[in-house]
Write a protein that binds this ligand. Structure first.
Ligand code: COA
Ligand code: ZN
Length: 332
């Protein structure tokens, strides 16, 4: 149990800070059939900044043939309004991507490879060792340019083609990035929603014990309905940073069966009720989420957009007075 829950009962956040990191404009839009026009992407990022997200993964600098939806990454990153304190990140798979990220003034490069060989080959067309070599070069370029680096390990909780990925494999790759490359920040990604709470707690604890000073992010997809449960299990095991996407959209087009990330407004709503300090203005976040269907051409999975917040109350039935009078007129 974390310090907050020990003093205030299980699941009481007691004002503990949880950093919410938005990935909807990258993980979300990369999988949409419709290309969201550049000005609308910029407006969406600006709305997310105003909603108080700690970090925003604005776009990716990957091959535009692989992900045509984000081919306008440079323009989006250059033209957003940067809010003080918000970190504007971009996903980078290779040296070409790093050059583009520096050119567009990304605050952080999110270097990506997979803990699973099959997913790495499908997604990045490289073996894991080739990815590590490419990302070592990217890391050196980022350092020279003074740009922060986060390393994301896809499929850390299971691979849709290989099944379970051994704990030790995940920790070994983390160890190589932290030890050999001097990475300060690592994200463990559940690319296709295979993570479950006890597994999440175990891996989070193992990571925290081994690298207490490394910034750890958990990235869950809600593919099997365990997203929020996984977030809570990770918090209890010592995590305080989570990726989430507006409306719960998202997914890797090169991971079979992938669906959306955990939904930003659902996580922010739940954590606020439980007394955590996410820094998020929920009303603004919901307002931003309400814009999505018009941009992507379909509804999102967001339960909060459908149902409203817990205390968004509804009027009583029109004939409520009659119901009450009849009830009161009956014998006790
Ligand atoms: N930005 C822009 N263009 C890039 C690029 C980058 N970061 N990396 C490669 N390209 C271009 C090359 O210039 C080349 O273009 P050309 O055909 O016009 O000459 C083409 O893409 C292929 O390049 P190559 O180096 O042979 O790459 P590849 O075909 O082996 O693919 C990746 C490797 C990593 C570039 C590609 O698989 C990729 O972008 N994957 C990302 C997938 C993704 O974003 N998944 C979801 C997020 S995890
Ligand atoms: Zn993802």
């Amino acid at each position: 149990m974390n310090a907050g829950s020990t003093t205030n009962g299980a699941w009481d956040g007691a004002g503990r800070r949880i950093h919410m990191q938005e990935v909807g404009t990258r993980d979300g839009l990369q999988v949409e059939a419709r290309f969201v026009p550049t000005p609308q992407k910029i407006a969406l990022v600006d709305a997310l900044s105003k909603a108080g997200m700690a970090k925003i993964e604005v776009t990716s600098f990957v091959s535009p043939k692989a992900i045509p939806q984000l081919a306008d990454g440079e323009i989006v990153l250059r033209e957003i309004e940067r809010a003080p304190g918000v970190i504007y990140s971009a996903l980078v798979p290779n040296v070409r991507g790093a050059e583009r990220a520096i050119d567009a003034r990304a605050d952080e490069m999110n270097l990506v490879m997979s803990a699973s060989e099959s997913h790495n080959l499908s997604n990045l067309r490289m073996t894991r060792d080739q990815s590590f070599a490419a990302l070592s070069q990217v890391n050196a370029i980022a350092r020279q340019a003074g740009v922060a680096v986060n390393v994301s390990l896809s499929c850390s909780f299971g691979c849709p083609m290989e099944g379970d990925v051994p704990f030790q494999t995940v920790l070994d790759w983390c160890g190589r990035y932290v030890g050999e490359l001097g990475a300060h920040a690592v994200t463990l990604c559940d690319t296709t929603g295979m993570a479950y709470p006890t597994q999440v707690a175990k891996l989070t604890r193992a990571f925290r014990e081994r690298w207490p000073d490394i910034e750890l992010t958990l990235h869950f997809h809600n593919t099997r309905g365990m997203g929020l449960a996984n977030v809570l299990a990770a918090i209890d095991a010592g995590a305080d940073r989570f990726d989430a996407s507006l409306g719960g959209i998202g997914g890797c087009p090169y991971a079979p069966g992938a669906t959306g990330n955990v939904c930003s407004e659902e996580i922010a709503h739940a954590l606020a009720l439980m007394g955590y300090d996410t820094g998020v203005d929920l009303a603004r976040l919901i307002e931003a989420s309400n814009r999505l269907p018009a941009l992507i051409g379909h509804d999102t999975p967001s339960q909060i957009v459908k149902a409203g917040r817990r205390l968004d109350l509804h009027p009583v039935p029109d004939d409520f007075d009659i119901i009450r009078e009849r009830a009161l007129a009956r014998a006790p």
